[in-house]
Design a protein around this ligand. Sequence first.
Ligand code: PMV
Length: 325
Amino acid sequence: MRATAKANSNIALIKYWGKRNERLILPTNNSLSVTLDGLYTETTVHFQEGRTEDAFTLNNEPITGIPFERVTEFLDIFRSYVGKHNLYAQVDSINHVPTAAGFASSASGFAALAAATAKALQLDLSNEQLSKFTRQGSGSACRSVYGGFVEWEKGELDDGSDSFAVQIAPQEHWDLRIAAVVLTAQEKDVSSRDGMKLTVDTSLFYDGWLAGIPHDLQEIKSGIAARDFEKVGSIAEANCLKMHATTLGANPPFTYWQDSTMAVMQTVHLLRTKGTLAYFTIDAGPNVKVLYLPEDEEQVLRTIRQVDAVTDIIVSKVGDGISYQ
Ligand code: PMV
């Protein structure tokens, strides 16, 4: 009853921003992501008869408190599913992602945890079923089950049985690069969970956010199919700006951006005015991800490194889905 799984992180080009059901993690809108090969989590789950509680280590450190509770509550979903309520596990994760700095560590983390748990319990799940389990740990994680370009269908049903991710194009479809620009490795102030709840509950701009989604999704999917980088990049960047605009209309208002975030955004704009196609996107934290084509790598990285606040750049190609060791 022991298994190890590796999951890559993903970056949303069309953001998931808001839940219609907090407990089941059901979103208000479809989202669409690219799986990243440079940011990943490897997790071993070992269920042992006779254990009286779960234990969790992250990067070889024992974890307690809320992060531990999220893991054990997630294992409860599997325990209920198999009807073994007293079967506990040792969970060991190595996170190759700066934790909680807006690099979706929860995405690779919960996808690896779900996959290792299902395998340790010898459940033979389809990707669709695995995506539904994973979703209940962290929404964005349900997209990390697959490689390539992935859409999370929000579903309509109250029980969440139609809310899961599907692959819309495999990893080989398009050789893009995504640079994760590290500005700070500090824990963020407002979690994605709290940020989206406050926005859904109070933001004057939330309806506008939802109104723009069908157009953005349709256009980005046709752009991906045609490998039209300008189209995909400009829609992704605009969608990110709309998501972040909703936080300014919340009560109380907040933003994930820092001055260094804007410095990188302006540098990406500058690259474009000088003829290099590069686009940014930002999740629920200060760091920026920059999308570009392989032939522009040197120019893009050299220019971004010139921004004072940049401490590191992690380059990813389009990654693959879950793998097992
Ligand atoms: O799944 P969570 O709770 O980490 O929320 C992710 C929210 C965003 O990263 C901002 C958008 C997304 O679709 O990944």
